[in-house]
Structure formats: structure tokens, C-alpha cells
Design a protein around this ligand. Structure first.
Ligand code: ADP
Ligand code: GLC
Length: 487
């Protein structure tokens, strides 16, 4: 019997406590999957106001004494909260002056807080002090994204003497977000100024926390196999291609799974009717109700296409807006969008809705129950992403018999197989331009309208595929075992 590992996940968000994107789904589901395999996995996140409110509902308990965390000459008193979520132990790092705010990374999705370097330096140092505080020594600390990028660096440089045998894994969820700060923030990191050079944590004159994670971690993981290849190329790496290529000896790609309990059309309590691959009738009810809810006309020929997404450049929504007009006017397609983000994209979506009343519906903001209803009620799900490190919603869609229409990139390429192959579960296109996107839309709408039997076969293939975390967790366990020391 192989030994049970102790693994501490350090992440800036996790479901169900706080979420802005897919990182939260991963930080909530992967540790649970590791637990199911008999390992002792825990998570630590910052105690944002929103996270405390959610944790309170689940009975959070607070450690008797605060920890003192010094950052840049200032001592912060940091409380440690602990809450049990479906059997998973989650710790929250509380520091009112830094985390008791309305926002997570900033006052709005497109603005960051000025003191994010300090906020996440305190978080990382507190996360590293946690094992000593709890007397629970992890074999592996798995740090996610730039917000946890200091963890591998601090550990490797001996900042924490209590954890000499702990190894680190660093996950890159999105290389576009690097946590770059001016050089004076170096003094907040607790790292030696000597490391402020291009081989270590400096990148073009700035402190770069994603780079710190990549350079110092024992292993680096990209969230899909294809993304691990892509981020070694200038087109996808946002300036870090040479750094990542230089560390490719320790890089691997592991494609995310999905929480098959939360995203299951047969048990989903958010839906007006449940369904599964044997009984698809409930999906029709979900579609009718969704159209009603969104004020869309009932037109049997129209394929209902959905988007549930952060509205940012990455997701290619601008291309979708440009392309859909002719398909909507000819009665072949209706569109439902649920999203929030870039105000310019929101404005263009509002114009589209105004031009096509009864055919386009947009809901701005974050709404989890509506996300479930949209994914269940739609026929197809569009993700014309410029890049997509993994993407989860295409997998949710496939489980719900909703065919994804995606750009062939990152995790979309790993999970969606084009119907043209004869055994596909969705539609893919290559170059990100209007011509290629329009032609994939044409193919999707054509199959929907003229070949319903083939459409159904593709639906069933998607609904049968196993995207669950359980076998993905095995890949992580093999990785952790390959680096952790025997006791
Ligand atoms: P990313 O992390 O780049 O945003 P993913 O596909 O990995 O993309 O994950 C997005 C997650 O956020 C999914 O769980 C999706 O359902 C959810 N989501 C995105 N936008 C919204 C929204 N407006 N309302 C509810 N859920 C949303
Ligand atoms: C990032 C990526 C997304 C990925 C998610 C979880 O937010 O943009 O593609 O699915 O992280 O790994």
C-alpha cells in the first residue's frame, strides 16, 4: 500500500467559498478527488469578506491565537479559520486590513487593488507558516497561479525552516495573468535582492510572481496537455516563452477534470427537469423553460447557442458578436449569453440584443444557478477563445448534451473532437478569424437542422465521456509521489 500523502493546495479562490473563474472549480474539486484516493489534501485561501460569509454558513472555527506575519517591515496579525466542506479541510487566512473588502482582486473585475503585492505576500507567508501552526507537515505544497507564486521561491530559499522536506508543485492556470509589480515591491517578498535578475524573479525590470513560481517550483503543471506545449511558444506565452521553455524539463500538462457531482443533469437541482443520456426529454423541457425565462421566441428550426463566460479578450466574444448576425436574421440561431467583465464587450452585446429582440438575450453578472440552466437548455455552446488553458464549460456542456463549438486550442483541443471525424462530440475551428468561425457555425447549424440523428449521436458521445477528476487525480498523485521524500 503506497503511503498516504499530505498535500496543501494554496489558491486564491475555491468553490464553494469564493469564485471568479475556473481556478476556483479546480481548487475545490482536485483536493476532494485526492481525498477519495486516500490522501490527506487540504486547501488554504485568503479570508475575503465573501469567503468568510460563506464559511460562516458552514460553521467556521477560528484558531485561538493569531500568527504574526512580517512583510516589508510591517507586522500583520493573521487569524486562521478552519471549515469543513464535504469532508475537505479548508483553512482561511484572515487579515482584515488586506482581505476584508468587497472585491477579490480589485474593486471591479477590470481593476486591481494597489496593494495586491502585499496582500498576496502576506497570504503566501501565512500559508507557509500554517503547517507549523497546525503541526501538520505536508509532503507537497501545490501552489496555484501568480497569487501563490512566492511559495516555491520562499520555500526553496529556506524562508521556512520547519519544512525542509516539503516539495512544491506550481500550476499555471493562465499565463496571461503574471502578477507583475514594480521593483520596489521586491522588499515585500522576503526574498534576497540578489534574486532580482532575469534568471529568477525579475522580468523586464519588474517583479514577476508567476515567473517566481515557475523558476523555483520542483514541478510545474499546465492545466492541459496542449497548453503545456503552447506556452513554450511566443504566440501564447505573454512574454514568458523562453522562461517556460528553459524550465520545460520539469513541466507537464495535466488536463483538468470536472466535478461530475455538481455538473450532472440527472441530479442537478437548478434545472426545471432532469435528464440523462437514456431519457433526453427533460432537456427539451429545460430548453423551453430557458427560452421562456429569456423572452426568446419559440422557433423549432432555431438552434439555441449559449455562452457562459468571463467577458474578456481571451474568450473571443468580439468575434462571436461580429459573426452571428446573418444566422440570427435567417432564423437559424438564437443566442443566450451569461457573463460579466469588459464594459466595451457588454455594450456591444447590448446592441446585439437590441437589434434582435426575442432572438438574443444577455444576462450580465455572475449567476451560478442560471449557468446550470443555460448549459442544460442550450443546444450548442460557443467558445471561440483566442487561447484557453483548459476551459471547463465545454466539458460541462458535453455532460449536458450541449455540443461545444470551440477553437482548437489548449484544453479545448484536448477535450473536444470534431464531428467530422465520425466519432466527434462537438465542432472545432482553427485560425481565429471571421471566415473560419462563420464556417464552423455553418457546419454546426447545418448538422442541427438537417441531420438530427447525427446530432444526437454526438450528444450521446459527449454525455458518455468520462471527464471526472478521479483519473486526473491519479496523474497528480504520480507526480507528487515522484518528488516527495520517503519518511
Ligand atoms: P475561466 O477560468 O477562464 O473563466 P473556465 O471555463 O475554466 O474559464 O471556468 C469558468 C467557470 O466560471 C465555469 O465554472 C463557469 O461556469 C463559470 N462562469 C463564468 N462566467 C460565469 C457567470 N457569469 N455566471 C456563473 N458562472 C460563470
Ligand atoms: C484559467 C483558464 C481556464 C482554466 C481555468 C482552470 O482560468 O482561463 O481555461 O480552465 O483556469 O484551470
Amino acid at each position: 500500500m503506497p503511503k498516504a500523502l499530505r498535500i496543501l493546495h494554496v489558491a486564491s479562490e475555491m468553490v464553494p467559498l469564493v469564485k471568479t473563474g475556473g481556478l476556483a472549480d479546480v481548487a475545490g474539486a482536485l483536493p476532494l478527488a485526492l481525498k477519495r484516493q486516500g490522501h490527506d489534501a487540504r486547501v488554504v485561501i485568503p479570508a475575503y469578506r465573501r469567503a468568510i460569509a460563506e464559511a460562516d454558513k458552514r460553521g467556521i472555527s477560528w484558531g485561538p491565537v493569531p500568527m504574526t506575519i512580517e512583510v516589508g517591515g510591517i507586522d500583520h496579525q493573521v487569524g486562521v479559520g478552519t471549515v469543513d466542506i464535504d469532508g475537505l479541510t479548508v483553512h482561511l487566512i484572515a487579515c482584515n486590513e488586506l482581505f476584508d473588502r468587497e472585491g477579490i482582486y480589485g474593486p471591479s473585475p477590470s481593476n486591481d487593488y494597489d496593494d495586491n503585492a502585499r496582500r498576496f505576500a502576506v497570504f503566501c507567508k501565512a500559508a507557509l507558516a500554517l503547517p507549523g501552526y497546525l503541526r501538520w507537515m505536508p509532503h507537497v505544497i501545490h501552489a496555484h497561479d501568480w497569487q501563490a507564486g512566492l511559495i516555491p521561491a520562499l520555500l526553496q530559499r529556506g524562508y521556512n525552516q520547519v519544512l525542509p522536506a516539503t516539495r512544491t508543485v506550481f500550476s499555471i492556470h493562465n499565463v496571461a495573468y503574471q502578477g507583475t509589480f514594480w521593483h520596489f515591491d521586491m522588499k515585500l517578498t522576503g526574498l534576497d535582492w540578489g534574486l532580482f535578475n532575469p534568471m529568477h524573479v525579475e522580468h523586464y525590470g519588474k517583479l514577476n510572481l508567476l515567473k517566481a513560481g515557475i523558476v523555483f517550483a520542483d514541478r510545474v503543471v499546465a492545466v492541459s496537455r496542449r497548453y503545456a506545449e503552447e506556452i513554450q511558444m511566443p504566440e501564447f506565452a505573454y512574454g514568458l516563452d523562453a522562461v517556460i521553455k528553459g524550465h520545460s524539463y520539469k513541466l507537464s500538462g495535466i488536463t483538468n477534470g470536472i466535478d461530475a457531482g455538481v455538473w450532472n443533469p440527472a441530479t442537478d437541482t437548478h434545472l426545471p427537469a432532469k435528464f440523462d443520456k437514456k431519457k433526453l426529454a427533460g432537456k427539451k423541457v429545460c430548453k423551453d423553460k430557458l427560452r421562456q425565462e429569456c423572452g426568446l421566441v419559440r422557433d423549432n428550426d432555431a438552434c439555441l447557442v449559449a455562452v457562459v463566460s468571463r467577458l474578456v479578450e481571451q474568450k473571443g466574444i468580439d468575434l462571436l458578436i461580429e459573426a452571428v448576425g446573418p444566422y440570427i436574421l435567417s432564423g437559424r440561431m438564437q443566442l443566450v449569453v451569461l457573463g460579466s467583465g469588459d464594459l466595451a464587450i457588454e455594450a456591444r452585446l447590448s446592441q446585439l440584443q437590441a437589434r434582435h429582440p426575442g432572438w438574443v438575450y444577455v444576462w450580465y453578472g455572475y449567476n451560478d444557478p442560471l449557468a446550470h440552466r443555460v448549459i442544460a437548455g442550450a443546444d450548442a455552446f460557443a467558445m471561440p477563445s483566442r487561447y484557453e488553458p483548459c476551459g471547463l464549460t465545454q466539458m460541462y456542456s458535453m455532460r449536458y448534451g450541449t455540443l461545444p463549438i470551440v477553437r482548437y486550442t489548449g484544453g479545448l483541443a484536448d477535450t473536444v473532437v470534431d464531428v467530422a471525424s465520425g466519432h466527434g462530440n462537438g465542432f472545432t475551428f482553427g485560425p481565429i478569424d471571421l471566415g473560419h468561425f462563420s464556417s464552423v457555425l455553418d457546419r454546426a447549424l447545418g448538422l442541427y437542422q438537417h441531420f438530427p440523428e447525427d446530432w444526437k449521436k454526438a450528444q450521446l458521445r459527449g454525455m458518455t465521456a468520462d471527464f471526472s477528476w478521479d483519473h486526473v487525480a491519479d496523474e497528480y498523485i504520480a507526480l507528487y509521489e515522484s518528488i516527495s521524500f520517503a519518511e
